[in-house]
Design a protein around this ligand. Structure first.
Ligand SMILES: C[S@@+](CC[C@H](N)C(=O)[O-])C[C@H]1O[C@@H](n2cnc3c(N)ncnc32)[C@H](O)[C@@H]1O
Length: 223
């Protein structure tokens, strides 16, 4: 089973990759990675037994046990350095994604590409990449179930080549920015109700963020 979010993750995987699917849940991403021909081998990790069992069942039903290894454990801790060249972490919060990356530096440093799809706090993920020698080499947006998701691909800074990101020409870009601006506007409205919050540094930083987003939206409108 696939959707636009999973497809967008898969589209960033280079053909012939050995991929880690961290937090594989039902195993759909792992299965589609093999079916699409992008991955030659997938190591699917899962911290919780119930989803792991579901993944094993789905992988077995697809007849892919020989090319998808399922492992029970925390993040990347159950992989050895050099076992995978691509690490996919999709459907988790930005803080958990960076924690998983931080906890397994050898595995991360031996990889060639990180494909990350944070459910929130994407700024935290971007900061982590910046601070750890990775450069965003492409980004996309995908809508599934009425939600717009961000998908980020990163390579080592030394391998990074400037190019146009998929996200910049995505038909979802304006809607995504508008939704994000609306969320920030609601935060500002709440902060405005308290004189302490209204005079805090966070309020001014949030206001600046809102203004920058609005400017980007206006530029898309040709204003
Ligand atoms: C919302 S699901 C996302 C599933 C799938 N990656 C996707 O994008 O469709 C998150 C999964 O990550 C698993 N998970 C959470 N923390 C984890 C960790 N530290 N290591 C491995 N799996 C984890 C959860 O049990 C859950 O099945």
């Amino acid at each position: 089973m696939t959707d636009a979010r999973i497809d967008a993750v898969i589209n960033f995987v280079r053909e012939g990759s050995r991929v880690a699917d961290v937090g594989a849940d039902h195993g759909y991403l792992s299965i589609e990675l093999i079916k699409s021909g992008r991955a030659t081998f997938v190591t699917a990790t899962e911290k919780n037994l119930q989803p792991l069992e579901a993944a094993r069942k789905n992988i077995s039903a697809a007849g892919l046990e020989k090319v998808i290894d399922t492992r029970h454990g925390d993040g990347l801790k159950i992989l050895s350095a050099g076992e995978v060249d691509t690490i996919c972490i999709a459907g988790m919060g930005g803080a958990l994604i960076t924690k998983i990356l931080d906890e397994s530096p050898e595995v991360v440093n031996a990889a060639r590409q990180l494909i990350l799809q944070p459910m929130n706090a994407s700024e935290k993920v971007r900061t982590w990449l910046n601070e750890n020698g990775w450069a965003v080499d492409d980004e996309d947006l995908a809508e599934a179930g009425g939600v717009i998701y961000e998908i980020i691909s990163a390579v080592k800074i030394s391998e990074s080549v400037p190019k146009n990101f998929k996200r910049d020409s995505s038909p979802l870009k304006k809607k995504f920015l508008q939704q994000r601006a609306e969320k920030i506007r609601r935060v500002l409205d709440e902060m405005n109700k308290s004189s302490v919050a209204r005079t805090s540094g966070k309020f001014y930083a949030t206001k600046e963020k809102f203004a920058a987003l609005q400017k980007e939206i206006d530029s898309l409108n040709g204003d």
